[in-house]
Every structure is written in C-alpha cells, then in structure tokens.
Ligand binder design. Sequence first.
Ligand code: DC
Length: 224
Amino acid sequence: MSPTSFILVAIDGGAASGKSSTARALSERFHLLHADTGSYYRALSARLLHSGVSPAAPAAVRAELTDLHLGTHCSGRHAQLTIGGDPVPEADLRSDAVNAAVSHFAALPEVRAALLPYQRGLADLARTHGFQGLVMEGRDIGSVIFPHADLRIFLHADPAERARRRAREGQLDAVAERDRLDSSRENSPMTCPAGAVAIDTSHLALPAVVERIAALITSRLLGG
Ligand code: DC
C-alpha cells in the first residue's frame, strides 16, 4: 500500500464502549478532526423534543428537520454540530430525556437522512482545515457513512462494565437497552463492519486501546 497523507478512521461500537475517549486521544496524537456522531443524533433529538415532536410522529419529525440549518463549529480538534448557527449545550445532549429518546429518533430514516450528507462532508472540512485526517465515531460509520475508510475499528465491552462506566460519569443511561434498539433497527443498524478490527475493551485500559489503534494508523500513514 502506498503512503497516505490524509487518513479516515471509522470507530463504531455500543454505548460506553470507550469510543469517545479513544477517538479524542487519537485526534490529539495525529492531529485528526474528531466527529462524535452520537452527539449529532443527540443534538437533533434535543431539538425535536424541545419542539414537542415525538419519535412516534415521523411526519412531524420530517417537517421539523426540513428547515434546520446544520453547520459545524470547530472547537480545537472537535467538530461540533450547530443548528441554526448555535451548538446545543452539552447538558441538553446528555439529559435523561435525550438518553431515553435518542435511539428512537435515530431509528427513523428521516433523521438518518438529515445527518448522512452532513457527516460525509466533514472529510472535506477536515482537509480544508489542514487536519491530517478525520476520526469519526458512531454506530454505522464503517458500514454506511465511510465504508471505504482507511481504517475501520469496532469496540465492544461487556454490558456490566459499560453500565459501570456510565454510572461513574454520573449518568442514568440504560446502555444495554439502547444497544438492543440500535442493533435491531431496520435502518443502518449498529454492526461490526466486514473487515473491521474488533477490540474488546472490557479489561483493557484506555491507553492500551489507543496504542493498538495508533500503531495501525502509523502503519497506514507509512503505507503499510
Ligand atoms: O454514542 P452515543 O451513545 O452518544 O449515541 C447516542 C445514540 O445515537 C445511540 O443510541 C444511537 C445513535 N447513533 C446512531 O444511531 N448512529 C450513529 N452513527 C451514532 C449514534
């Protein structure tokens, strides 16, 4: 393989599998733009809930999404979604109401279609902003958004450990139930993409996970 100057890294995995911490560390190490697509689904969910729209009413969801102007605020290496020019506050993204509703909104084709071109466009944004690449984390990044990413990673961990991680973050989040919904939906279900490197993070500390992926990135950048 010839050396690449821009690297596209897709990281998928369930709730609290360690995706965000891993992606953040890699973005710093290699100067990659970092896109946490779960936060994009959360931002749209917060906006829809704020407007009184339920996931049980797809026509109302479609109508509400039609006029939303999606943009990006780059905060350091982090690509934050803006709606109508404004980022959604972190506290709103992680609220109990959003935790409970986000998987239901994310299962709707209307919501996924609204985010698909936005997410793909972040690769160009990373290039034009001079980043060495893009690390995007989510559930369908290696399978649907960037099936030809240079590197596709799937992180998993046992449910009890993931529930402990969320509890340590002070969050009430039914990770197993969200994973069940995210894996069983018809549209872009969470899956380990063919050809992805799967890593079990249950008993691996973050630095070890980061080192393992960093070695793969270095090898791709050098053309291995
Ligand atoms: O990563 P997270 O827990 O913040 O994700 C929140 C929800 O968003 C998750 O329940 C499923 C959904 N999601 C998705 O369907 N596709 C993605 N690429 C990322 C997240």
